[in-house]
Design a protein around this ligand. Structure first.
Ligand code: IPE
Ligand code: IPE
Ligand code: MG
Length: 252
């Protein structure tokens, strides 16, 4: 969905859509002298706490970065552990998410996922498709560049099929991204102290606020998320314009 500067709610209203780069599981484990797999497992608990805390903070959508297109570069045992967590998260939480009205969407490339994970992804999306109280988007085998390339390819395919003509605009292009249909991203958060996007939501980041927190992901929870909301409320989102000024030109 394009950001319309004239109709974007003021930051003081709080973020509707928070995107989280859940980073620091490995360092959390290293500091405790335990295997990285334990850090990832505790990271899932942090995700559960965070999703449960979000609605009371006025948040309607959370997008979390679970596995990047570059994370395949990690040792095979770690990749296997991360895939295993998807299985156990879904087995242990799908019923509750369904009951609590959470719609789960999985962003990223399906091709390349192990067959049973691809099947789980389909099942989770289908089971929660009718829910609308809260949206949880899990970016898995996701890369911002891959998503932009895929959107471009979709448009090319539509043109070749005679289904699209005319010049391409941002709104049309955005419909090919995996975040199409969701609310605009208000704020992107990265934990663990690192300050980079690591290929997350490159298109959607255009006018998102950025928040960096020093907490390692397995220690994350309601207080850290409330701190994001506080920081966001103090931001002045201008979208290139000037607050309370009459724009010289209509957006676009
Ligand atoms: C984030 O934690 C989880 C994933 C990338 C899947 P990391 O595993 O990147 O933890 P650090 O950055 O090594 O501490
Ligand atoms: C980004 O974290 C990916 C996820 C959180 C899933 P990384 O830990 O993979 O990013 P880099 O390698 O530090 O940039
Ligand atoms: Mg990391």
């Amino acid at each position: 969905m394009p950001v319309d500067p004239l109709h974007a709610p003021p930051a003081a209203d709080g973020p509707r859509h928070v995107a989280l780069i859940m980073d620091g599981n490995g360092r959390w484990a290293e500091r405790r002298g335990v295997p990285r797999a334990i850090g990832h497992r505790e990271g899932v608990q942090a995700l559960k706490r965070t999703v449960q805390a979000a609605p009371a903070l006025g948040i309607h959508c959370l997008t979390v970065f679970g596995f990047s297109t570059e994370n395949w570069r990690r040792p095979v045992e770690e990749v296997t552990d991360l895939m295993g967590l998807v299985r156990s998260y879904v087995v242990s939480d799908l019923k509750r998410l369904e009951k609590e009205g959470v719609r789960v969407l999985v962003l990223g490339r399906r091709a390349g996922l192990p067959a049973d994970i691809a099947e789980i992804v389909e099942r989770v999306e289908a089971t929660t498709a009718h829910n609308d109280k809260f949206i949880l988007q899990v970016a898995f085998n996701y890369g911002g560049r891959a998503d932009i390339v895929d959107a471009a390819q979709r448009h090319v395919d539509r043109v070749l099929a005679g289904e699209a003509t005319g010049p391409l605009d941002e709104e049309t292009f955005g419909t090919g991204l995996s975040t199409a249909g969701g609310p605009p991203v208000d704020v992107i958060v990265r934990t663990s102290g690192e300050q980079r996007l690591s290929n997350f939501l490159l298109w959607e980041a255009a006018y998102a606020e950025l928040v960096y927190q020093n907490v390692l992901w397995p220690d994350y929870g309601p207080d850290a998320l409330a701190d994001v909301v506080d920081q966001y409320r103090n931001r002045d989102r201008r979208f290139g314009g000037r607050a309370a000024a009459t724009p010289a030109l209509a957006a676009g």
